[in-house]
Design a protein around this ligand. Structure first.
Ligand SMILES: Cc1cc2nc3c(=O)[nH]c(=O)nc-3n(C[C@H](O)[C@H](O)[C@H](O)COP(=O)(O)OP(=O)(O)OC[C@H]3O[C@@H](n4cnc5c(N)ncnc54)[C@H](O)[C@@H]3O)c2cc1C
Length: 508
């Protein structure tokens, strides 16, 4: 059966070569410090095996007709896009934030389109490599990270202009049986517990950057791959066990130290074939696009998770009916609903690419992601505001359970007399993890930068949005033009880019 269990997955990664470095130690994937991240990934396997979640968390493979985990599916319809977005939202509720398995499937969808288009224009056969790899992916319910973000050195310089040519991942050797790559990718979420790493370019490349137009997949413990891992966890609890307290994150600064990638796992090689270089930008953009669409599922959930804590603590503090509290909760709910609606609508306005994969509307997806990114710190601020300072200064759990201080600690914790001291304690302990722990800090920056820094959404939107028909409205209203042509923004998918390729390479 293609859908695997968490145990299948965990026994695979436990056996992997030791190439994780945590605080000066070389460790295996069952290191305790990765348990928070593993707990989150577990949810993606458990729910796919849960009949109640079958409709959302499984799909039918277009390759084999078999039932597969939706985290390994290539979107074949609008309904698939909608379900992926809903699945992401609902699973994020269960783990209290990011579900951390979307990068893999977002990059696979992007590769399904780009490898197909590239073959059409150039007569290459990278899509065959991709489809073989996809089959392996689906059959084994693979968990993967997309390693897109290069270290990038001087931000204003292109890859070939950097003082050190390795500051963007590059091909140092291309030969018939494969490529050798050197460089590093950073901020790789879930990579430390992933089966596979899929590396793709981070930006558009010029004809001087052919060596940097590279995409491939390798097992995460492959020879030459070194992961410098930063795990974070919610503060651990000893007495008040709670699902939210089990979660954590693990990020990798991944070094590719002259890594050989076999040819069948290479999806782009600008060094051997510079005609592939312009497709680097297309791939970078399309991964970001699918990933931002995933954000329209996870980010509403993050807003809801934070809003749920804000509403609960307001009740426990006895302030829930005051007008400023209602205004603040309403603001958070508004963000969640609008971001989700943007993603939903972008799915309804999706277009089928020639590869058969569906691509959501770019303006709506980016607008949703942009709003989410702008609001993230404000949402954390609202929870802190309504909770009061205790969420940051709460004494350790032991003091609430010790003979000497327990009774007193619980007595003075009391706020709303209808709520037991135990639940007051649970609420503040939970909020402490949610907004004051180390992982909370990571989630804030993730909400801002994940899927691209906020400016990237502006660049994408303004690159796609046609302002001329928009200006016609003002021209008509101001009497500059006599007529106002009917204007409704058309769906925007990367069609323009394909037109560019058509000009460059002739009709595909
Ligand atoms: C928790 C977390 C998880 C992540 N997970 C992943 C992952 O799994 N895989 C992955 O590939 N990436 C991941 N990322 C990386 C994320 O996509 C990047 O952080 C994001 O794209 C921004 O890139 P950067 O961090 O290099 O910042 P930069 O691009 O350096 O941005 C810093 C500032 O510089 C500005 N800037 C940059 N270039 C220019 C320019 N040319 N001109 C003017 N201003 C400029 C930006 O607008 C921004 O204000 C993750 C990030 C976080 C925080």
């Amino acid at each position: 059966m293609a859908i695997k269990t968490y145990n299948d997955y965990f026994s695979r990664i436990k056996k992997m070569r030791k190439n994780l470095y945590i605080a000066g130690e070389k460790v295996t994937r069952d290191d305790e410090r990765l348990s928070g991240q593993l707990r989150i990934i577990r949810e993606t396997y458990d729910r796919a095996n849960d009949p109640e979640w079958e409709d959302l968390c499984t799909a039918t493979s277009h390759l084999t007709g078999e039932k597969i985990n939706r985290f390994t599916h290539i979107h074949q319809s609008v309904d698939d896009l909608l379900k992926k977005q809903r699945m992401t939202r609902l699973l994020c509720h269960r783990v209290g934030g990011c579900i951390m398995r979307c990068m893999g499937i977002d990059v696979m969808n992007a590769l399904s389109v780009v490898t197909y288009e590239m073959d059409q224009f150039l007569g290459t056969d990278t899509n065959q490599n991709f489809l073989k790899y996809l089959r392996y992916w689906q059959d084994n319910d693979i968990c993967a990270n997309c390693a897109q973000t290069d270290t990038k050195g001087d931000r204003l310089k292109r890859p070939h202009e950097q003082v050190d040519p390795d500051l963007y991942l590059r091909i140092v050797e291309s030969r018939p049986d494969g490529i050798v790559v050197r460089g590093a990718k950073i901020d790789n979420t879930t990579a430390p517990v992933s089966d596979e790493i899929i590396a793709i370019p981070t930006r558009f490349m010029t004809d001087k950057d052919n060596d940097y137009a590279v995409a491939f997949a390798i097992p995460a413990d492959w020879e030459g791959v070194k992961m410098l891992v930063r795990p974070t966890r919610m503060h651990k609890v000893k007495y008040g066990q709670a699902p939210g307290a089990e979660m954590g994150d693990a990020e990798s600064f991944t070094i590719f130290d002259d890594v050989f990638v076999p040819r069948e796992r290479v999806f782009m090689d600008g060094k051997a074939d510079p005609r592939q270089t312009p497709f680097a930008g297309f791939l970078a953009l399309l991964f970001a696009h699918y990933h931002r669409h995933s954000y329209t599922g996870c980010k509403p959930a993050v807003s809801e998770v934070l809003a749920s804590a804000a509403a609960l603590v307001a009740e426990y503090n006895g302030i829930e009916r005051t007008s400023h509290v209602r205004d603040k909760l309403c603001h958070m709910i508004t963000t969640a609903e609008l971001v989700f609606a943007a993603g939903q609508m972008s799915a309804y306005r999706a277009e089928k690419s020639s590869s058969g994969t569906w691509i959501p509307d770019e303006i709506l997806t980016n607008a949703g992601r942009k709003l989410a990114g702008e609001e993230i710190y404000n949402e954390f601020k609202i929870v802190a505001d309504l909770a009061g300072g205790l969420c940051a200064t709460l004494p350790f759990e032991e003091e609430f359970f010790s003979k000497e201080t327990g009774k007193l600690a619980n007595k003075y914790l009391m706020r709303n007399p209808k709520i037991s001291a135990e639940n007051q304690h649970r609420c503040f302990r939970g909020i402490e993890g949610m907004i004051v722990s180390e992982v909370a800090g990571v989630m804030q920056v993730a909400g801002l930068h994940g899927g691209g820094s906020p400016q990237m959404e502006v660049i994408t939107m303004m690159g796609r949005y046609d302002l001329e028909p928009l200006k016609n409205i003002a021209k008509y209203l101001f009497g500059i033009e006599k007529e106002l042509p009917k204007y409704e923004r058309p769906t925007v998918t990367p069609r323009k880019m394909l037109e560019r390729f058509r000009e460059m390479y002739g009709k595909a």
